[in-house]
Write a protein that binds this ligand. Structure first.
Ligand code: ADP
Ligand code: ADP
Length: 226
């Protein structure tokens, strides 16, 4: 079983401040779950704990049938997309997408196949030889997603991926991310402070506030109250 299971997870920063307060969340296989809530409520901390980029203070995180509390980020079956793209400026788009696979010693042919396939899905095949500085913001974000896709992860983690884009591009990329999920159907945990984004993308929305989960439901359940 894939999916993500967050069980009584606590994050205490610097031994005093509880940023995440014993939350429970089950993300089903292939489900698209959006964590939404005001700045500072613990969304990003939660995501980073799933990624292994923050240690958890208490509780358990499972990815599929594996308890990952002590598993290094690169050994978790996840890929993460950040708002700042985190592309390598001196490498071409192709090399940016291939890099993680090269590090893991995938065969050259397999790498080519995966990069071409992901580039096709994201409509960036014509950009593969360019450097990041020759790309628009939206194109860079597509490359960042391509880097995640080529890994074939069990779980996608998105941390405010659209917040550096202008309003028009945000709407366009929202549609593309939704399409992407329909195409590759991978368990997705997505963080945003934007309610419209949450509503458009999510199978289920998780509303966080002050380190706790306040509400969980389908978008129409949460946002259609009088
Ligand atoms: P969100 O993603 O919802 O904006 P975060 O998870 O980034 O919230 O932050 C939750 C709380 O934890 C905030 O009060 C934030 O200031 C605090 N915090 C985040 N990272 C650290 C850190 N490395 N050290 C101390 N406090 C932190
Ligand atoms: P790549 O994403 O290029 O394959 P790594 O294999 O070194 O890079 O990634 C190891 C882990 O670190 C992965 O789980 C990935 O999600 C995470 N990671 C990748 N880029 C960053 C970054 N800029 N900051 C923090 N963590 C990252």
């Amino acid at each position: 079983m894939a999916g993500v299971s967050i069980r009584k997870v606590v994050k205490v920063y610097e031994g005093k401040f509880q940023a995440v307060k014993a939350i429970d969340l089950e993300v089903a296989e292939d489900e698209f779950v959006v964590l939404v809530g005001p700045s500072g409520c613990g969304k990003s901390t939660t995501l980073r704990m799933v990624a292994g980029l923050e240690e958890i203070s208490a509780g358990e995180i499972w990815i599929g049938d594996k308890l990952v509390n002590d598993v290094l980020p690169r050994e978790r079956d996840i890929a993460m997309v950040f708002q700042n793209y985190a592309l390598y400026p001196h490498m071409s788009v192709y090399d940016n997408m291939a890099f993680g696979l090269q590090q893991r010693k995938y065969p050259r042919e397999e790498i080519q196949k995966r990069v071409q396939h992901a580039a096709g899905i994201l409509d960036i095949t014509a950009l593969l030889d360019r450097k990041p500085k020759a790309l628009s913001g939206g194109q860079r974000q597509r490359v960042a997603m391509g880097r995640a896709i080529v890994r074939n992860p069990k779980v996608f983690l998105f941390d405010e991926p659209l917040s550096n884009l202008d309003a028009k591009l945000r709407v366009q990329m929202r549609t593309e991310i939704k399409k992407l999920h329909q195409t590759i159907a991978t368990t997705t945990l997505y963080v945003t402070h934007d309610q419209v984004e949450a509503m458009t993308l999510a199978d289920r929305v998780v509303v966080m506030n002050a380190g706790r989960i306040e509400q969980v439901g389908a978008p129409q359940e949460l946002y259609h109250h009088p």
